[in-house]
Design a protein around this ligand. Structure first.
Ligand SMILES: [Zn+2]
Ligand SMILES: [Zn+2]
Length: 347
């Protein structure tokens, strides 16, 4: 599971940040799931290491333009490229009408099936390996936060150990694999737990935007590995954040803290904090958030974050390392032109 930010600006794009879109890459199945699709998202795909042909699902949080104006163009291009087989789109009730109108008036025919699903708070989908739930956020229009939860994977079965103990091949292997107890014909008893490696705990990623601080976001993010949360404003501009139903950096951090997540990735920053504007800067938002939730990282366009796999008993967090590598000075370099852009990838 790898998260790549394709747009991290709120409202309007800046020279270094496009409007909202986040890609979740599932490399084991060559799929990309997209969260929001602001204008220019397909251009961002072309500039990234992701392939739009791998897009399988798109989740739309709400109908504000900076989250959906890129959707129709992306869908049309996916059709022309001919590499997409089908796309399921999940979003608020108006999304279906919006897309239908855009297709009708632009006479766009999509050569592959596109299914639009209206989401309601609660269960969204489950494909056996990943489950998606959503919750109502607190914004000026209906907005949902999404949670992707991966199923736990049972540990690897140690066949060699079983063989070495002279356990005969057959159904007993299956029983041991499932963690059961078997009694052999010679009377020996074995426990499955002694042959199966540690369970790989399913990972979870939560995406909350746009929203002012709300308890439902905390509940949705409860215990998640990664919380991607909007941080449009600085703490100093909290009044504006509340008036416009957006979050400050400190609200994002508070949500992460209360939910007990591992890592907070902040996104959806107001262009007013671009370096050189003479006031507070994006790096100040990072410092504010870290004063409440130290394991906070600040997203920038094309930056990727790999959600670490965690086996039972393995407590070492790779994320701690990440915080050290992303110091505040790195944020400054975000304000470069696209041609000078550096793709920061976690090794
Ligand atoms: Zn927005
Ligand atoms: Zn909005």
């Amino acid at each position: 599971m790898e998260i790549t930010f394709l747009g991290t600006s709120s409202g309007v794009p800046t020279r270094s940040r496009n409007v909202s879109s986040v890609a979740l890459r599932l490399p084991q199945r060559s799929e990309v799931w997209l969260f929001d699709c602001g204008e220019g998202t397909q251009h961002q795909f072309l500039r990234s290491e992701l392939r739009s042909s791998q897009i399988r699902r798109i989740f739309i949080t709400h109908m504000h333009g900076d989250h959906i104006f890129g959707l129709m163009g992306l869908l049309a291009s996916c059709g022309l490229a001919g590499a997409v087989s089908e796309i399921d789109i999940y979003g608020p009730p108006e999304l279906g009408d919006y897309l239908a109108a855009a297709r009708r008036f632009s006479q766009t025919h999509l050569s592959y099936p596109v299914r639009v699903h209206v989401v309601k708070p609660g269960f969204v989908m489950d494909d056996g390996e990943f489950r998606v739930d959503c919750a109502l956020l607190k914004h000026r229009v209906t907005a949902h936060g999404f949670r992707v939860t991966e199923r736990d994977k049972v540990g690897i079965f140690d066949v060699e150990k079983a063989k070495a103990l002279g356990i005969p091949f057959g159904p007993v292997y299956g029983e041991l694999k499932r963690g059961g107890r078997v009694t052999l014909a010679d009377g020996r008893v074995f426990e499955g737990a002694d042959f199966v490696g540690p369970t790989e705990r399913g990972r979870s990623v939560v995406y909350c935007t746009d929203t002012v601080f709300c308890d439902r976001a905390v509940e949705l993010a409860r215990g998640a590995d990664v919380l991607i949360h909007e941080a449009t404003y600085s703490h100093a501009d909290a009044e504006m954040a509340i008036a416009r139903q957006h979050s400050t950096s400190t609200m994002a951090a508070q949500t992460a803290h209360l939910a007990g997540v591992d890592t907070l990735l902040m996104t959806h920053f107001s262009p007013r904090y671009a370096p050189g504007n003479g006031g507070l800067e994006w790096k100040d938002l990072l410092a504010e958030a870290r004063s409440i939730f130290p394991n906070t990282l600040m997203a920038k366009d094309f930056w990727s974050f790999e959600v670490p796999r965690r086996r039972e008993g393995v407590t070492e967090s790779q994320n701690e390392l990440q915080v050290k590598t992303q110091d505040v000075s790195q944020i400054e370099t975000a304000n470069v032109e696209v041609k000078k852009r550096v793709i920061v990838k976690k090794k």
